[in-house]
Design a binder for this molecule. Structure first.
Ligand code: ADP
Length: 631
């Protein structure tokens, strides 16, 4: 196993003042003094550390090696070793949002302490409860941003660029929200880069089908005209490269959302998409030259950060965070916003509570930007607004963190904001340990009898509906060496090694199709026939299920299979915003001082968001909110 040592973090916390620590007053020594190695399982693999003890005290904890995701897990590494030393126990609370990493750290420290001769009882005493609830905290800045996902970070960065001061808060102990967990990519038409790839004939047909649609309004007609003119030139040149343009991106976004989205917002969105990619590049995100198609993207325009930029999600949040912190922005975690403060009809701040119970009241001279994300993890809201899925109760899993509870929507509604498109809730099929990449590539979906049942380049709602109607509401996601080795370099989208997942029996691996089929309980002859048909479609472009976006043939061993299900992924609806990202009230007027961006806002993706469109949305509208609130 190739081990990546990301961590050079050396936590050497020596408390010189004995009073800082709980001391064991027992005469008997509980440890054999010395330094001991410990190991635990984190989210992405082993966490290794060293613990130094004297006769009855834990003195230092040095984390030596881990492969956990930067940004998401920093708070666990910063906080837990210090707390263990302060409290002299491993029975301390895990860090919300980084629970797997927390478990790994606690397990590693515990194993070192047991090796030092401690008994379980010696090191699992209940910690001393601290009562730290304090006086009301009051702060002031030009702008208060609520939420540290991609939208909040981009908004905060642009407030600073416009010369403002900013406080950005998050209720979780870690920054990044749902964005930092994203495995997907960022859609933007970038014709000069896309030209380096070929366009299969099936994709030319897809464009022609879009051009043949009856335009719904002047925006759609304009986009179609632009593409028509481009395609005329393209054909006259005898071109075969991958065509794309902002107009095609906008048209697909509008059509893919069944014309429910607001074309005025989509117009801005498509025009600013490439700027958003370049803006992240300026802040430090390194982009791979390989443009892929995210699951549900319906086109090959998904930009992927290179692996050295961290996980995909980190690359969409951490560059802005660095900019904000380097330029005087105040980033406060564990601050939960509870109520918008309105004075004389204007939003002037936010009230809330820190996780230790301390109340706060933060004022923004220019106002507040809501960037609190969606409500995929709020079962009550899912059930209140869902009209299109048979069931979205607590038995239906979500890919979102527990923080995605729609707080911003609730707070804005309470002061009169209008909500739009709330009934549209997206389920996605590519998520979890059975997944390799959030891109389509040459991945194939088969049901438990080994047959394909859907064009894998379909919209996410169609994919999810199709999966839910299969036996056991599941599918096998198949992939091959072209994807796992050539494109992914052995790593799955969340940074874990694909072959480690095979060892953990989360994935299956076979040297031949027959071998793989046998392992997953499918008739090898049926599976081989499915693969043969698929490979023929890659060459001829005549897929019986209508797939049009292809990569390579499914032909390079080893072959892999992972279990796939449909999970709740994105909520398209939210507060209504205008072209300036200002929140609109139920009478159609902008609410002074209140802006919103990202998943908390509705109106762009309509009934169905295209895969890879969310990251673009949060950066584009985050920036628009930041710029406009400062005007
Ligand atoms: P987006 O993709 O729109 O940027 P994310 O889900 O990535 O949204 O981020 C939203 C962030 O907002 C999360 O980090 C979440 O913890 C935070 N958040 C949600 N509700 C609150 C709240 N009431 N107070 C402070 N932060 C919140």
């Amino acid at each position: 196993m190739r081990k990546i040592i990301i961590l050079l973090l050396l936590i050497s916390i020596l408390f010189s003042i004995i009073g800082c620590q709980r001391t064991n007053t027992d005469e008997k020594e509980i440890f054999t003094p010395g330094t001991y190695e410990g190991e635990g399982n984190g989210h992405n693999g082993k966490i290794k550390l060293e613990v130094t003890v004297d006769g009855n005290q834990i003195k230092t904890i040095d984390v030596k090696e881990h492969n956990e995701t930067a940004g998401i897990t920093d708070s666990a590494f910063n906080r837990l070793p210090a707390e263990i030393i302060e409290q002299q126990t491993v029975a301390i609370d895990m860090v919300t949002g980084a629970t797997s990493t927390s478990k790994g750290i606690l397990e590693a420290v515990k194993s070192a302490l047991l090796a030092a001769g401690a008994s379980e009882a010696d090191i699992t005493k209940a910690p001393t409860k601290k009562d730290v609830t304090g006086q009301l905290i009051e702060k002031n800045a030009d702008v208060i941003v609520i939420g540290t996902g991609g939208a909040g970070m981009s908004a905060a960065a642009d407030v600073i660029k416009a010369g403002g001061t900013v406080i950005i808060i998050d209720k979780m102990p870690t920054v990044g929200g749902n964005t930092i967990l994203a495995g997907s990519a960022m859609n933007a038409a970038s014709p000069e880069v896309q030209k380096l790839q070929e366009m299969p004939a099936s994709q030319v047909i897809a464009i022609e089908e879009l051009l043949a649609l009856e335009p719904k309004d002047e925006y759609m007609a304009k986009w179609q005209e632009e593409i028509k003119a481009d395609m005329k030139e393209y054909k006259a040149k005898g071109a075969t490269y991958l065509y794309d343009s902002p107009a095609l991106h906008k048209l697909q976004t509008y059509v893919g959302g069944d014309y429910v989205g607001n074309p005025k917002l989509i117009e801005i969105y498509g025009n600013k998409a490439l700027d958003a990619v370049n803006y992240l590049k300026e802040l430090g995100t390194e982009w791979s030259p390989n443009i892929l198609a995210a699951v549900g993207a319906t086109w090959t325009r998904s930009h992927q950060p290179v692996k050295s930029s961290g996980s995909n999600g980190s690359a969409f949040v951490l560059p802005q965070l660095k900019f904000v912190e380097d330029n005087g922005g105040e980033v406060l975690v564990e601050h939960k916003a509870e109520e918008l403060i309105v004075e004389n009809g204007r939003v002037v701040g936010v009230k809330g509570t820190k996780s230790d119970g301390t109340p706060f009241d933060f004022r923004g001279n220019k106002g507040v930007i809501l960037a609190t994300g969606g409500f995929a993890a709020n079962v009550e809201m899912r059930q209140e607004y869902n009209k299109h899925w048979a069931n979205l109760d607590e038995t239906v899993r979500t890919s979102n963190p527990s923080s995605a509870t729609g707080d911003g929507i609730i707070m804005a509604k309470a002061i009169g904001a209008n909500l739009v498109d709330m009934e549209w809730i997206q389920l996605v099929t590519g998520s979890g340990k059975g997944t390799f990449t959030a891109s389509i590539l040459n991945n194939i979906y088969v049901n438990i009898i080994g047959e394909r049942f859907i064009n894998e380049d379909a919209r996410r709602d169609h994919l999810s509906q199709a999966v839910l109607s299969q036996p056991r509401s599941m599918f096998w996601l198949l992939t091959d060496g072209h994807t796992t080795i050539d494109t992914l370099g052995g790593y799955a989208v969340d940074g874990t090694l694909i072959d480690d997942r095979v060892d953990n029996t989360q994935l299956f691996k076979g040297d031949t199709i027959e071998d793989l089929a046998t392992q997953i309980g499918i008739d090898p002859v049926t599976l081989q026939k499915t693969i043969d048909q698929y490979n023929e479609a890659v060459v001829k472009g005549n897929d019986i299920l209508g797939r049009k976006v292809f990569d390579k043939q499914f032909s390079k061993p080893p072959y892999y299979a992972g279990i796939g299900v449909a999970v709740i992924h994105h909520t398209m609806g939210g507060v209504k915003i205008d072209e300036n990202a200002q929140v609109i009230d139920t009478s159609g007027n902008p609410i002074p001082g209140l802006y919103a961006a990202g998943e908390v806002a509705g109106g762009i993706h309509g009934s169905n968001r295209l895969g890879g469109n969310a990251i673009t949305d949060i950066v584009v509208f985050g920036r628009i909110a930041g710029e406009n609130i400062m005007k």
